[in-house]
Write a protein that binds this ligand. Structure first.
Ligand SMILES: Cc1cc2nc3c(=O)[nH]c(=O)nc-3n(C[C@H](O)[C@H](O)[C@H](O)COP(=O)(O)OP(=O)(O)OC[C@H]3O[C@@H](n4cnc5c(N)ncnc54)[C@H](O)[C@@H]3O)c2cc1C
Length: 396
């Protein structure tokens, strides 16, 4: 089918890349990008790093120059929220009551921060997903003595590091055994815990938050499941995210943990998804959803190609990085807690190291700690799912 009216909902990394790919690969019809935020596409990873630290101002986050955006020849509907989708009638409904017609649709609405069931109305309680969140948290950290970060995934761990670098007294709380254990497995997570402790963060794992104390509408402390209480002038709730699929609930599209797509990132004929919101059938990993920056770009390209009829299963090697203090951790594949873990370079007790994860005799993931060159080398090993341990070389 030849497309003439493509609509992209979600004007960020995945949506922008999908739009650019459509144009690059010959799509000449109408192109509309709808974004709830009032900003042109910007990069999110620096929000919890350079922006929070005060090193970068928002202008530096722009994903493209205005000339590049002009070249896209697209209509931008910014500050406009999609609230519904009529699959048969081929229209997207916006909060202002208008409708946008499409014959091809890219869903790239990302995720929203998960919230605690209490206390988000207190002054001093923050989440961190978009530029406005980052600027509000940055302001709050400037004058905060004590900060508690609830949730020690990569976002919470990065924010805790920045708050510490800004001179705040910081606690990092998580019900799991160590920071980032879900993303990195126990061995590397223990190193992350030690890194934070060495920088003076009060790392409280194996315990959850059961309530906040307040003083005249302002948060004053955080009560933990183990009975202790932490003083907190500022609290960051970083307990994960939920896919932004509310607007699709009545559409009849398959919605679960994200918009459920096939191996080609297609949810229904002419409707594809990309980025954090997309749950798709990875040929090697089964149904997955990846909340990382590189995936947003790669999947934006793949989804656009599917829309154009150039279908190929989307089978990337998942990748993410995180920066905390002076450490860059990079991970390829899906490091899992039950995989065999082997350090292949460096020494985790001393500093930089590289490690591989293996299951059923195959390399499934690799993680490096301040070893970017080794990260690139190990990517190939993960991509090829090379045998591990390596077969012994026979000598004549
Ligand atoms: C603070 C922070 C730090 C990060 N750091 C790293 C990192 O170090 N390494 C890494 O690999 N990844 C990192 N990430 C993750 C990475 O930024 C995301 O994977 C990436 O932004 C996903 O892009 P996306 O386009 O799928 O979604 P998003 O960037 O979330 O964009 C979705 C857009 O859709 C809009 N939208 C949602 N619902 C609607 C609607 N109904 N109507 C219209 N518009 C809507 C949203 O407002 C948003 O602008 C970080 C994320 C955050 C928040």
């Amino acid at each position: 089918m030849t497309l003439s009216e493509v609509v992209v909902v979600g004007a960020s990394a995945a949506g922008l890349t999908a739009a650019e790919t459509l144009r690059r690969e010959g799509y000449t019809g109408r192109l509309t990008l709808i974004g709830e935020e009032r900003y042109l596409p910007y990069d999110r990873p620096p929000l919890s790093k350079q922006v929070l630290k005060g090193e970068w101002e928002p202008e530096r986050l722009a994903l493209r120059t205005s000339a590049a955006l002009d070249d896209l020849d697209a209509e931008w509907l910014l500050g406009r929220e999609a609230v519904g989708l009529d699959v048969a009638g081929r229209t997207v409904a916006l909060a202002d009551g208008s409708r946008v017609a499409f014959d091809g649709l890219v869903v790239a609405t990302g995720v929203r921060p998960r919230r605690l069931p209490f206390a988000h109305d207190l002054t001093g309680v923050h989440v961190l997903r978009d530029l406005d969140d980052a600027l509000a948290l940055r302001d709050a950290l400037r004058s905060a003595g004590s900060v508690t970060v609830v949730g020690a995934g990569f976002l919470g761990a990065e924010a805790a590091a920045v708050a510490r670098e800004l001179g705040c007294s910081v606690s990092l709380v998580d019900p799991l055994e160590a920071p980032m254990v879900r993303q990195l497995g126990s061995a590397v997570a223990a190193r992350v815990a030690a890194l934070h402790t060495a920088h003076g963060v009060d790392v409280r794992c194996d315990t959850g938050v059961v309530g906040f104390s307040e003083n005249r509408g302002r948060v004053a402390g955080v009560r933990l499941g183990d009975g202790s209480e932490l003083a907190a002038e500022v609290v960051l709730v970083a307990i994960g995210s939920v896919p932004a699929v509310d607007w699709l609930r009545d559409s009849g599209l398959p919605v679960g943990d994200g918009l459920l797509c096939d191996a080609f990132c297609e949810a229904a004929p002419g409707i594809v998804a990309a980025g954090d919101v997309a749950s798709w059938l990875h040929p090697d990993h089964g149904r997955i959803r990846v909340e990382h920056r590189m995936n947003a770009t790669e999947q934006g390209m793949a989804a656009a190609r599917t829309l154009l009829g150039r279908r190929q299963p989307f089978a990337p090697v998942p990748y993410f990085w995180t920066d905390q203090y002076d450490v860059k951790i990079q991970a390829y594949g899906r490091p899992s807690a039950d995989a065999d873990f082997t350090v292949v370079d460096g020494d985790p007790d001393q500093g930089p190291f590289a490690a591989v994860y293996a299951q059923d005799g195959r390399t499934t993931a690799a993680v490096t700690w301040n070893m970017p060159r080794q990260a690139r080398a190990l990517r190939a090993q993960v991509l090829e799912r090379e045998p591990w341990p390596r077969p012994a070389v026979a000598h004549a």
